[in-house]
Design a protein around this ligand. Structure first.
Ligand code: AP5
Length: 216
């Protein structure tokens, strides 16, 4: 099964994508996570991406497509995949379609997660992550037991550079202009598109997503 998670910054794509993959035995492919890993490792791709990410702008399509193509090859042609944060532009969606059709596959489901901007800004500004194990917390909704420290390994939690209020406003605007048109792109395709209200408890949203995938 090929699933795409669409939705604005902070709506819960990463949180829900990880859970969905654990529950259904699918691969999680987050372009944001791949770019942040490339930045940490200081690769040329990571250095190229940094200026776009810090400004809240999209990284150029050709950089993203090369990275996704490589990852899909690694996963194998029959792998079930949940795409999180990809595609983000119509050219990315068209390129993914071409890549999948070369493997005799297609996008099966698209889940569009929604929430008000006020909720999104609060979630993003409260997000903290563990640089060691990747666990994501939220100072408002899901704080660690000891402030600033990861429950799993005690590492000092970090705040993403692009989670400042100013950059979040840009990311929301970029989402509306460049990514939201993908909802109608997929509604016109063979993929089944489902909308899920992301402004509910994490396990409730997860349940609705599994229902949307016909897994409950
Ligand atoms: P990316 O990492 O994809 O960021 P994003 O789409 O802006 O999404 P976020 O990671 O901010 O939010 P999320 O929806 O995953 O929410 P999360 O689950 O973390 O991309 C970053 C940048 O990389 C882009 O700006 C761009 O520059 C570049 N990029 C990436 N992909 C690209 C592409 N394809 N093309 C071009 N450029 C690309 O949750 C957020 C917070 O809320 C967390 O603290 C979490 O604990 C909390 N939370 C989640 N769900 C709930 C809930 N139900 N209740 C309460 N709190 C919750």
């Amino acid at each position: 099964m090929i699933v795409i998670l669409l939705g604005p910054p902070g709506v819960g794509k990463g949180t829900q994508g990880v859970l969905l993959c654990e529950q259904l035995g699918l691969h999680h492919l987050s372009t944001g996570d791949l770019l942040r890993a490339a930045r940490r490792e200081g690769t040329p791709l990571g250095q190229e991406a940094q200026k776009f990410m810090d400004a809240g702008q999209l990284v150029p399509d050709e950089v993203i497509l090369g990275m996704v193509g490589e990852k899909l090859t690694e996963m194998g042609r029959d792998a079930g995949v949940v795409f999180d944060g990809f595609p983000r532009t119509v050219p990315q969606a068209e390129a993914l379609g071409a890549l999948l059709s070369g493997l005799d596959r297609r996008v099966d489901r698209v889940i569009v997660l929604t929430a008000d901007d006020r909720v999104l800004v609060q979630r993003v500004s409260g997000r903290r992550s563990c640089p060691e194990c990747g666990t994501v917390y939220n100072v408002h909704f899901n704080p660690p037991s000891e402030a600033g420290k990861c429950d799993k390994d005690g590492a000092a939690l970090t705040h993403r550079a692009d989670d400042s209020e100013e950059t979040v406003a840009t990311r929301l605007e970029v989402y509306r202009r460049q990514t939201e048109p993908l909802v109608s792109f997929y509604e016109r395709s063979d993929a089944e598109v489902r909308h899920v209200d992301g402004d509910q408890a994490v396990d409730k949203v997860q349940g609705l997503m599994q229902e949307a995938l016909g897994q409950r």
